[in-house]
Design a protein around this ligand. Structure first.
Ligand code: XIL
Length: 605
């Protein structure tokens, strides 16, 4: 197996100064007849479209005193402290009847009334397209007549992008919550799917009726209607922070890696996005493909039993780009059970376990052989996530690989043996998440790799994915878990590091939801990154350091924001990475560098 390669340094051709630029924005004005909103209020709806670049220079480092105040103002200017924008409906015009064949609405001294009470009929007004209504709160003051209440009628909010099926139908107001001929304030937050396309068409907002057991009777009067828009999302906005890190990789004698996209995420494509390239080339000595070296991308079919079953072009281009920049590759991954990553031929395999293991051998041999030729693939995650999170943890028995192996974990060692045979030099890792918590899953992993070592199954190390939270697990747990592997003489690699500010499975989310990426949070994250890297250096002897890879470049494009989009209600609030959404430095970058430089970890700016 390969002795750790130290790649020669290369000249960074694109100067990347860390101090980002500013934010800007346009304004929206309302044109709908039904809406009377002052231009002043509406202008603050402007989206925060930062034009921050990575090229403006600053000589002020993050630790300089004035910067903390600049961070504070940047942060507060972009989020919750701006006054909420309220749209108030005109109650004398612009309303119309909702539902096919609706007989319409009447304007009275009290407001807008309707008496057409067939299912789904009601009264609505239009909010012009482009007004971002996602997470807005609609507030209607409604008066339902006594005969409506006694006929068992219910109400439901309407928020529907006209001409589309995209709608918020969730806010249901049961009969018992509606006052009997008294004014009732009804509220509804627009949340459906987290992604109504309000740029496409105007959105109609209002209320409709839902009958109970009896035909409905009576009159509904809407006395007022207002919509409070959600504040613009405060994505990480640290474009004015300068971590003053010339190059992370130059501070380490082990690989410093970054996960990047290629065709799987065209906007972030490392082959075409010059900002991605600038970050990767400046700071990182290793790269991992976030997706395109997984099984379904490389080995989608098994029709012919020849190389025609494989798709190497995208991965080859990615590996070649890295090579041209003197960047090594940590390849990920030969086996991962995640459903969408398993090609149908594997899922549907109908042969015997022996026949399946022959397919395992061919898969591994073909991939490892192929990438050995590139010369810059240092390591493979041979098997990813084969263990469960339970207590006690065990092999993942519902993995198709486990099942097709004859309900056995034998495919794991077969894969290691085949990979070693194909390339005796490349480093071979078992990779998993939640093994840094030092609990039952850690112990199961240690039991497995101890057994592998005892039986001379060729394994070089363990990859700790390290998708951790801001405040959990503890550094002592992380250290103890890594030490168990280091004590076996195996390499320890942190393969997918990110530090989520919000994470539904820890830090008591959503009770302790962090809605804004404030300077205090940014500097807490800085210390957290520093503590993790410092623990790694303390626990893992130099010769066993496989390196540290961060799972993504910039906030706003993290996989966590997609994975937890419903828990985050569509907001991008994981803020887990070293760079902000505009590729500006975050304090986390300074924290990482501090640990590499043996500087004490602090929350200091
Ligand atoms: C993630 C990618 O980042 C996403 O783009 C994709 O949609 C899902 O997979 N653990 C792993 C990685 O081992 O392969 C996962 O990558 C993140 C969790």
């Amino acid at each position: 197996m390969r002795v750790q390669k130290i790649l020669p340094l290369f000249i960074v051709s694109l100067a990347l100064t860390a101090c980002g630029g500013s934010s800007g924005g346009g304004s929206k004005s309302s044109s709908s007849k039904a809406i009377s909103s002052s231009s002043k209020a509406v202008s603050s709806v402007s989206t925060i479209s930062s034009t921050a670049t990575v090229s403006s220079a600053s000589s002020v480092c993050g630790a300089a005193a004035p910067l903390s105040s600049s961070l504070a103002s940047e942060s507060s200017g972009s989020s919750s402290s701006s006054a909420p924008v309220v749209i108030t409906a005109d109650m004398t015009s612009g309303w119309y009847g909702n539902g096919a064949g609706n007989t319409g609405v009447l304007y009275t001294a009290d407001g807008v009334t309707f008496t057409d009470l067939a299912n789904d009929r009601g009264a609505v007004f239009d909010v012009p397209k482009g007004t971002l209504l996602e997470k807005a709160t609609i507030e209607l003051v409604v008066n339902a007549s006594s005969d409506f209440i006694s006929s068992g009628g219910n109400l439901q909010f309407v928020a529907q992008v006209i001409g589309t099926g995209e709608a918020e139908w969730g806010c249901w107001i049961p009969n018992g919550s509606i006052g009997d001929a008294t004014d009732t304030t009804l509220t509804c937050k627009i949340l459906e799917n987290g992604n109504l396309n309000q740029t496409l068409n105007d959105t109609k907002i209002g209320i409709q009726v839902k009958p109970g057991a009896n035909p409905l009777a009576g009159t509904i009067t809407i006395k007022s209607a207002k919509i409070t828009l959600a504040p613009p999302q405060s994505s990480s906005s640290y474009s004015s922070y300068n971590a003053c890190v010339d190059s992370l990789k130059d501070l380490a004698d082990f690989p410093i890696g970054i996960a990047v996209s290629n065709t799987d995420s065209p906007a972030d494509n490392i082959l075409t996005n010059v900002k991605e390239q600038a970050i990767a080339e400046k700071h990182f000595s290793q790269m991992t493909a976030g997706n395109i070296m997984k099984m379904s991308y490389l080995h989608p079919r098994n029709d012919t039993g020849t190389l025609n079953d494989y798709e190497f072009a995208n991965a080859d281009a990615f590996v070649a780009y890295a090579k041209s920049k003197n960047i090594s590759i940590h390849a990920h991954t030969l086996f991962w059970h995640a459903d969408y990553q398993v090609p149908d031929f594997m899922k549907n395999f109908a042969g015997t376990p022996q026949e399946f293991l022959a397919v395992v051998d061919t898969h591994v041999t073909t991939l490892v052989d192929h990438f050995e030729e590139s010369g810059n693939v240092d390591s493979w995650d041979v098997v990813n996530e084969a263990l469960t999170d339970g207590n006690p943890s065990d092999y993942r028995t519902n993995s198709p690989f486990y099942v097709k192996s004859g309900n056995s974990p034998i495919f794991i060692e077969r894969a290691f043996i085949a990979a070693d045979a194909a390339d005796p030099v490349v480093n071979l890792y078992y990779n998993d998440y939640n093994i840094e918590n030092n609990d039952s899953k850690t112990d199961k992993m240690v039991e497995m790799v101890t057994d592998f070592k005892a039986r001379n199954i060729p394994i070089d190390g363990v990859g700790f994915q390290m998708h951790v939270c801001l405040r959990w697990p503890s550094i002592s747990a992380i250290s103890a878990a890594m030490k168990k592997v280091a004590d076996l003489g195996l390499k320890v690699k942190i393969t997918e590091l990110d530090v989520a500010v919000n994470q539904p499975y820890c830090d008591s989310y959503p009770a302790n939801k962090i809605s804004e990426f404030t300077p205090a949070i940014a500097f807490e994250q800085k210390k957290r990154y520093c503590d993790i890297i410092a623990a790694y250096k303390t626990v893992v002897p130099e010769a066993q350091r496989g390196g540290v890879t961060v799972w993504g470049t910039r906030d706003g494009s993290s996989w966590l924001d997609n994975l937890y989009s419903s828990e985050y209600e569509g907001e991008k609030i994981s803020w887990p990475l070293l760079f902000d959404a505009q590729y500006g430095d975050k304090p986390a970058l300074r924290g990482f560098a501090d640990a590499l430089s043996d500087v004490t970890c602090t929350t200091n700016p």
